[in-house]
Design a protein around this ligand. Structure first.
Ligand SMILES: [Zn+2]
Length: 352
């Protein structure tokens, strides 16, 4: 993660220096941009082993999104009993070739408007970095948008398999959302919806490359593994919700009482392995996946229609309370989990 951090630090210094010379209007954006950089630079905490604390953190985060628990539970019902092994071919593609493949994808599989947005990001290729795989790192790819100068930074850890392509396109998916509608609240209250755009394009890329003889097997494997992972993560989350419900936690109780209850539960039942997974980290991905997947099914039927609805979703006010944000998505006719059984069949057909 070295290169990326170095540049962001330099950018931070530059912004600090000009702070006194900007208008009040721009100062707001500038301060926010500095805050985003600071958060990015301190994002990787050490693995925690204090289970009561993890338990409490998981609870505090997940209880805010109780209205989304049902989506997880529905997805978890699709978890397969089979233990699948995925085989990934090794691809020795150069960084430049990866970028060209992402360009091919956006050019051929999306529409003119989205392709033009992609090009705005693509042209900033001096901010796009490829780094060696760091096994300790939590993120395979990450990107950030600096509101102050509308710059887009992306870095990808190379694994030398198909995931390099789909992750790169996933990150560009974030960038396209940032260009369409950026508000810091996307990472706060709206965090559960912050992966819709990225996962949507990631799914589209899997479909696109499944038509390419060279990448076909990998693209289908990637789609299968994304589905399996999402179902399994939804299952872990559902187990955690069941734990919360069995303790009968009341939102009005104070923190100390809750912590005591959780600690007592931990003494009685061993759920360390469940907590080790920190299911709340996967929660935004599962929720966003459920919506991106509906858009993807729409795309398979009628690409233009899906892009139209996609843009409408991106235009939803990011400052809304999250339950209202979901209402807006539903009002557009996108019902999370509505077509999961249909999707399961689509995927099965591809696997034949
Ligand atoms: Zn993402």
């Amino acid at each position: 993660m070295q290169q990326f951090n170095k540049e962001l630090k330099q950018k931070r210094e530059k912004l600090q220096k000009i702070k006194d010379n900007v208008t009040i209007d721009r100062l707001k954006d500038l301060n926010l941009t500095i805050k985003v950089i600071d958060q990015l630079l301190t994002k990787y905490p050490n693995q925690k082993t204090n289970y009561p604390n993890i338990f409490l953190e998981e609870y505090e985060f997940l209880k805010k999104y109780k209205f989304l628990w049902e989506i997880c539970t529905t997805i978890s019902e699709f978890t397969s009993d089979e233990i699948r092994s995925y085989y990934w071919y090794e691809h020795n593609l150069k960084n430049k070739e990866l970028l060209e493949l992402s360009n091919d994808f956006f050019k051929n599989a999306t529409n003119k408007e989205i392709y033009e947005l992609f090009l705005k990001l693509y042209k900033q290729n001096k901010n796009i970095h490829f780094v060696k795989l760091d096994k300790n790192s939590y993120f395979k790819g990450e990107s950030t948008f600096l509101l102050y100068d509308k710059s887009f930074y992306l870095q990808l850890q190379r694994e030398y398999d198909f995931s390099d392509i789909s992750t790169l396109i996933h990150e560009f998916g974030h960038g396209i959302q940032f260009l369409l509608n950026y508000n810091y609240n996307l990472f706060v209250n709206q965090v559960c919806f912050s992966e819709i755009s990225s996962i949507f394009f990631e799914l589209l890329s899997m479909d696109y490359f499944s038509k390419d003889l060279f990448f076909k097997r990998d693209a289908i494997t990637a789609e299968q593994s994304l589905w399996d992972n999402s179902c399994e993560n939804a299952l872990s989350l559902t187990r955690l919700f069941q734990v919360f419900e069995s303790i009968d936690l009341n939102e009005w109780e104070n923190k100390n009482i809750i912590k005591k209850k959780l600690t007592n539960y931990l003494l009685e039942y061993n759920i360390d392995s469940l907590l080790n997974e920190m299911p709340s980290h996967d929660f935004p991905y599962v929720i966003s996946y459920s919506i991106a997947n509906e858009l993807y099914l729409m795309y398979l039927n009628d690409p233009e229609e899906s892009f139209y609805i996609y843009k409408k979703i991106m235009a939803i006010d990011l400052k809304l309370p999250p339950d209202k944000y979901l209402d807006e998505i539903i009002n557009l006719g996108v019902l999370p989990t509505e077509n999961l059984d249909k999707y399961e069949k689509v995927l099965k057909r591809k696997l034949v």
